[in-house]
Design a protein around this ligand. Structure first.
Ligand SMILES: Cc1ncc(COP(=O)(O)O)c(C=O)c1O
Length: 465
């Protein structure tokens, strides 16, 4: 009896054709006993993912979903290499070093220093490394001055991405988080006097925040810290979380000072896999100069042949993203990135205008720097909410985030669309039409989505990236 596909898979896998996979039962609680032909395995895997979102229509995400065929070939050429093995792949290591220098230059680092930085798995790893460097520097300075070094804190806004809350908890740094308020979702100087003190390892300000796409008041915070140092003698560095903005601001707003032009900015992170235009798996952290990254955080290992420095949280990682980023920098150059980012921001403004003109929404981001559209329903619409709209447009395949804002703006819900470079004005017109139709349907029939509790919202929304 070998006619049943599941039995065939177990007993005579070589006789299976891809047709047989349609009845195949994949065990849920143990690994299959035997294998199946490659084409059958492929069909099983892909069919199980049919109901997942289409990445191109997932506008909840910041992450790149568009590639060129040549870039795909780069992936194939390099994806079987372990990036950490610098002895075996020294040229990939050299590309990384070159790109760190390019980014330091792009972010207006001083010319007379040795830049230091590294590729990471994403901005999360990059933020953790920057946070650690600031913690180490603060502790050493305190110990040198004979002062207590046991109670480090970090100051951020309530709009920070979840990675900073992880950093603070995982690495035992006291969170000093400035609350938001309805109508202002940025870190400003308003609460700094109360939050900053001699134990502050750094102030983290965001360029291109997760919730509304806005930048924190970077220059104002910088100037406030200058005045604070004059008053108290305490000098506090800044880290800029440029996960999204660091690949938009230099190209769209060259005169805007958010980067190393501000002397207090000692480190910047960016996601290569967001507006850096690389598929998931790449971040960057760059320090103002090589003294900021504390030498005590570097380990030397010789397991892979030769002595090798390592200063990332992850050891093994795929090499293809590094080769891919090198490809995008060479392929597009400054001019290409400027063209793409300028057009993408224009497209975001187009979508924003269409949605605001519909009469349903108020825009949440006062400034439009990165291509994110963050809206909230006008208060007169009481029989449906942003969560209903997000669920309704999902019927058309679109994924857009609805979430409640962090404290003290938690009464406000947001509907957020991340406009990425693969969308043009036509596709955005279709999206706007679908959102407006969803609102019209919901206005007539009512919605029933309950916003998640604050705790649930925290578990899900800020991590969306
Ligand atoms: C401002 C900000 N910081 C950090 C992160 C974490 O980045 P990654 O997903 O690259 O680890 C994100 C992700 O959206 C973000 O928006």
């Amino acid at each position: 009896m070998t006619d049943h596909p599941a039995r065939m898979a177990a007993e005579e896998p070589e006789k299976m054709t891809p047709w047989d996979m349609f009845n195949m039962q994949v065990p849920t609680d143990h690994m299959p006993e035997k294998g199946v032909p490659a084409r059958v395995a492929k069909a099983v895997v892909n069919s199980e993912a049919w109901t997942d979102a289409r990445p191109m229509m997932n506008l909840s995400s910041f992450v790149t979903t568009f590639t060129e065929p040549e870039a795909e070939e780069i992936v194939h050429e390099h994806f079987l290499k372990n990036y950490i093995d610098h002895d075996m792949y020294p040229q990939l290591f050299a590309m990384e070093g070159r790109m760190v220098r390019w980014l330091h230059h792009l972010w207006n680092g001083p010319a007379d220093v040795s830049p230091y930085g590294t590729a990471t798995v994403g901005s999360s790893e990059a933020c953790m490394l920057a946070g650690l460097a600031h913690k180490w520097n603060w502790r050493q300075a305190r110990e040198k001055a004979g002062k207590d070094a046991t109670r480090p804190n970090m100051v951020t806004g309530g709009n920070v991405q979840i990675v900073w809350k992880k950093f603070l908890r995982y690495f035992d740094v006291e969170p000093r988080i400035a609350p938001l308020k309805p109508g202002n979702y940025r870190l400003t100087t308003e609460h700094l006097e109360r939050l900053v003190d001699e134990n502050t390892i750094a102030v983290v300000a965001i360029a291109g925040q997760t919730f509304t796409g806005e930048d924190d008041d970077i220059q104002e915070i910088h100037d406030w810290l200058d005045a604070y140092e004059k008053r108290t003698g305490i000098s506090i560095p800044m880290h800029i979380d440029g996960a999204s903005g660091a690949f938009v601001n230099p190209f769209c707003y060259p005169d805007y000072k958010w980067d190393f032009r501000l002397p207090r900015v000692q480190s910047i992170n960016a996601s290569g896999h967001k507006f850096g235009l690389v598929p998931p798996g790449l971040g960057w952290v760059v320090f103002r100069d090589d003294t900021v990254f504390n030498k005590d955080l570097i380990f030397y290992v010789n397991y892979l042949g030769g002595e090798m420095p390592t200063a990332t949280l992850n050891f093994s990682r795929n090499a293809f993203q590094i080769a891919y980023q090198y490809y995008t920098f060479i392929r597009l150059g400054f001019e290409g990135y400027a063209r793409i980012m300028t057009k993408t921001v224009e497209n975001a403004v187009h979508l924003r205008d269409l949605l605001v003109q519909s009469g349903y929404f108020t825009i949440m981001n006062e400034t439009q720097r990165i291509p994110v559209v963050a809206l909230t329903l006008k208060p007169e619409y009481t029989n449906f909410n942003e969560f209903d709209i997000s669920a309704k447009v999902r019927e058309r395949g679109w994924v857009i985030s609805a979430y409640s804002m962090p404290p003290d703006a938690q009464a406000i819900n947001s509907l957020r669309v991340v406009v990425r470079p693969h969308l043009n004005a036509n596709t955005l017109g279709i999206l706007a039409g679908d959102i407006i139709q969803a609102c019209q349907w919901l206005e007539k029939h009512g919605g029933n989505a309950t916003p998640p509790s604050l705790h649930d919202a925290y578990k899900s929304s800020p991590a969306k990236c």
